[in-house]
Design a protein around this ligand. Structure first.
Ligand SMILES: [Zn+2]
Ligand SMILES: [Zn+2]
Length: 272
């Protein structure tokens, strides 16, 4: 059984996770983890409209301050830890130069151990109309199908571009929006096949994220993707995406069973 998770969240921003970094680390020790990575959200883009969402930043200076404070918080918590603690971020990637410049600046200014390439946004090509899947689902969700086809197509392309950027240690919950059944009638075979080609070329690791099983029984990624990625020689890592101490290591036994039933032996671990 895998004895670590690199995708976990804390309550440092006052929401999102339910526990402090200290509590997450302590619980990880209790359940026999050998190391843990804390990876709060890193969501910045000047074109976000939802200024009421405190997790999403449009102001660079505020954002850099928050990232620095989160890193300090985890580093301080790790001083008392008996296990290895890494500080990472679950980064919402965007391909535009304006976003990449900001990412590179922060990466230069603040010491961060690893980055998870994540996409929670569907959008237009210009990155001027951005929709977080969660907001869209719980809000009006009124975009017509032809727009959704384009915007979610860009979601898949965004993951491929994230891989090509070389910024990321691994890729999070590849097909995350499938937990929202309202998109099930849309087909993205071309985009998915293109993404698989990119994975095959770059061999960037990706996660089997066990939190979908906890939330509503949906597996990320689904078996088709798992098998396709296995056949292309792409390494996998199991993560709980824990937002509370109870979720740490949750369903890791089920993940092991699944991976062994698929004879998936190409596993990934952070080497630091
Ligand atoms: Zn996520
Ligand atoms: Zn997460």
């Amino acid at each position: 059984m895998q004895k670590f998770s690199y995708h976990t969240h804390t309550n440092f921003m006052g929401f999102d996770g339910r526990n402090t970094a200290e509590e997450m680390i302590q619980k990880a020790e209790e359940i026999g983890f050998e190391e843990i990575g804390i990876s709060n959200h890193f969501i910045y883009h000047p074109n976000f409209k939802c200024n009421d969402d405190k997790m999403i930043f449009t102001d660079y200076n505020k954002f850099e301050k928050m990232v620095g404070a989160m890193v300090d918080n985890v580093r301080t918590a790790s001083l008392k830890s008996k296990i290895k603690v890494f500080v990472g971020f679950e980064v919402d990637y965007f391909p535009s130069k304006q976003w990449c410049d900001v990412f590179e600046k922060i990466r230069k200014n603040i010491e961060i151990d690893y980055f998870i390439g994540s996409t929670h946004i569907m959008r237009n090509d210009e990155e001027t109309d951005l929709h977080n899947f969660y907001h869209y689902f719980y809000g009006e969700h009124s975009l017509p199908d032809e727009v959704l086809q384009k915007y979610i197509g860009n979601y898949w392309k965004n993951i491929a571009e994230a891989i090509k950027s070389g910024y990321f240690d691994f890729i999070a919950h590849i097909d995350v929006y499938r937990i929202f059944k309202i998109f099930d009638h849309l087909i993205f075979d071309d985009e998915v096949n293109n993404l698989l080609d990119v994975f095959e070329k770059y061999k960037t690791p990706y996660e089997l994220n066990t939190s979908g099983w906890t939330k509503n029984g949906v597996q990320h990624p689904d078996n088709n993707l798992l098998i396709s990625l296995r056949d292309r020689g792409v390494p996998v890592v199991v993560n709980d995406d824990a937002h509370s101490i109870d979720m740490l290591g949750q369903h890791f036994d089920k993940a092991e069973e699944l991976l062994s039933s698929l004879n998936y032996i190409n596993r990934w671990k952070l080497e630091k």
